[in-house]
Design a protein around this ligand. Sequence first.
Ligand code: GKR
Ligand code: MG
Length: 440
Amino acid sequence: MRISEIRLHPIAIADAPLRSSYGRHAPYALRTIVELKTTDGITGISETYGGDGPLAALHAAKDRVLGMDPFRLAELWQDLTAPNDADQEIAVAGGKTHTWMVPGENPLDAPARTYAAYEVACLDIIGKAVGKPVCDVIGGRVRDAVPFSAYLFYKHGGGGGLGADAREDEYGECLDPHSVVNQCRDFVHRYGFEEIKLKGGVLDPEVEIATIRALREDFGPSYPLRIDPNCAWSIETSCHVGRSLKDELSDGGYLEDPCADLGGMAEVRRRLRAEGIDMPMASNVAVTGFAQVVEAKDLDAVQVVLSDPHYWGGIRALRRLSDLCETLGLGVSMHSNNHLGVSLMTMAHAAAAAPHVLYACDTHYPWQSERDEVIVGGRVQFFNGCVPIPDKPGLGVELDYDQVERCRRIYDGLTYRKRDDEAEMRQHVDPNWKRVLPRW
Ligand code: GKR
Ligand code: MG
């Protein structure tokens, strides 16, 4: 069996005006659907980052993937991740935006990201060829259903999309503790999530502290809490927030990327420990690759590594990361970006087969809508906050080509080809807005 055809579908999916330290989300997030066909008539799919940079890198790797045996993944990894200046140039074709440090947008992660998109489609093929779910062809699952967390955002009014495609705004403006608690009630009621994450770095830290306290008050200690300001805080402010939320964040939760880089994280950890506060710190900014895991451990900068099959090098790499962290005594959780069902199932299979992913994974999925879902049958369903592994070969989902085409038309009509949350802030909120780190 060989790969005989590659189809890349750039698409756009409606997204609400969510806020983070990067700025404000645009009305559409960009994604790419990868489709591989084999000489045996099997189709494998995956979903990855969107826009010019990721798409150009996928195109550049086509010659290597066409004609390959989909079972020979180790060789593909070696070839696509070998140091190569030309690939680096292609990877930055979309240019660096201020969000280039957002996982998945960093040109330096491009080889692992490109490999991952092809690997997942190959694993889908392998699963279909042998009649097994993906998690069971890479060593087997350790759980049948994967828990995800309620990923809360401060947001402006608006549900995403533009013109006739504008979406109903289910939550309205959420820029205070009370509205975020309501958002969370809805998420928990609708999806059954049992862990809660707040995207911070948006409002004054005192308001964000109050938001976490209001969530604890409303949901009680059985719902672990995490807050992620994406490096918006200084070391002092990070310590202040850690100190203020020492009870709320320590109980199965964590403090995620409060400040920039491993040195900053290590200092926050050191100062809090000196005060007797043993609060786990998590990261998907200071640690984005295997080499940094060891450094993070040595510095005691990060106690929970945020994995992500889309840019750590696929589903098999997640298993490796899980094993490494278990050996080093580090926890593992999972990061997300805006995504659809193919990506959600990729995350579910990866976490199902990675024993040490013991925290509920992040997901932006509730922020996307049925109208954009590109899988047959509509949205993936959550049960008690978990995505069950379907009893089907491969990833367990198939493409709805009418939907892919619809999202492709939206993509073609957009004026932007890369994420730029700062531009959205300047256009809608403050003409002079800039991402300043630390802001507080
Ligand atoms: O969607 O704005 C967002 C998030 O800030 C995302 O870009 C981050 O990559 O969710 C991510 C995180 O945990 O840092
Ligand atoms: Mg994060």
